[in-house]
Design a protein around this ligand. Structure first.
Ligand code: SF4
Length: 284
């Protein structure tokens, strides 16, 4: 697909300078490198600033409930495994309400790509602490600074030997775009944590802060011990060193392959329907 096919007329409503712009550019760039028609791609989102992402890309899209984007993505993929399914949502969405789903997706190994926009704050609801807020981060929730350590979700996914675990940075669009493309092409559950400045509500972790800490790792992601060390590096160095790139990777059977092996077919494959009237009614 080319960029003209996936651009929409709708203008992003994010604060100028928000990391979501870099993420949007990286997704579009990855999609243009993918040999697929826009009608073969579905982007599912949750609630939050980044939840609007499907509005700005002309593929199929579904903005679901807060924290529930992964079950939606699973339903879509299992019903029609020929589709490329991308889930996208923030750290509050994916690690608070949606944290239970993430844990189980590590073992389900559904062939989808999950982009987690990690800005360490609830942006849309105007600046509360989130599951990834750094200890001491002052917010409306904790005006004196949160006394709680952030959730360590990247090590958690590596410990569960999830199929593809990566980290990217919204300030390095070219690298992020390559990472997203690799995640989409990987057969199995691909998780990409995207460090993303929220320039309005996160006064601690802005572009300048990341710029001196983020580096591209080139370790062997199939070596578990090295992957484990890389996954924990931000916490072990008090965020002085933040590796981006593929942290851990293994290739194992996916859930849709497992179902086909056991029962010979998937749950259901919807018959094509003519929805042009519906699309005409809502198109802009
Ligand atoms: Fe981006 Fe933060 Fe503004 Fe939301 S509040 S659009 S995350 S800068």
């Amino acid at each position: 697909m080319n960029i003209a096919q996936i651009n929409t007329l709708e203008k992003p409503q994010w604060c100028p300078g928000c990391g979501d712009f870099g993420i949007l550019m990286a997704i579009k760039s990855a999609l243009t490198a993918l040999d697929r028609d826009p009608s073969e791609v579905v982007i599912v989102s949750g609630i939050g600033c980044g939840g609007k992402t499907p509005h700005y890309i002309r593929t199929y899209g579904y903005e679901g409930l807060h924290g529930r984007l992964l079950p939606l993505a699973l339903g879509i993929k299992i019903s029609n495994p020929d589709l490329t399914v991308i889930a996208i949502g923030g750290d509050g969405d994916g690690l608070s309400e949606g944290g239970n789903h993430l844990l189980h997706f590590a073992r389900y190994n559904v062939d989808i790509t999950y982009l987690l926009q990690d800005n360490q704050v609830y942006g849309l609801t105007t600046g509360q602490s989130s599951p990834t807020s750094h200890k001491g981060f002052r917010s409306k929730t904790y005006p004196d600074g949160t006394p709680i350590e952030p959730v360590k979700h990247i090590p958690m996914l590596v410990s569960q030997r999830a199929s593809f675990v990566a980290a990217g940075y919204a300030g390095n669009v070219k690298h992020l775009s390559q990472l997203i493309l690799e995640g989409i092409r990987h057969r199995g559950f691909s998780f990409i944590n995207i460090y993303q400045p929220c320039i309005t509500w996160n006064y601690m972790n802005g572009y300048e802060w990341y710029q001196s800490r983020v580096y591209i790792t080139d370790h062997n992601p199939e070596d578990f011990d090295t992957a484990w060390q890389k996954a924990n590096e931000p916490y072990n160095t008090n965020w002085e060193k933040i590796p981006i790139g593929v942290i851990y990777k293994n290739q194992s059977i996916t859930l849709d392959e497992e179902i086909v092996n056991r029962v010979g077919k998937l749950i259901s494959i919807p018959k094509p329907q003519d929805i042009s009237g519906l699309l005409d009614r809502f198109s802009i």
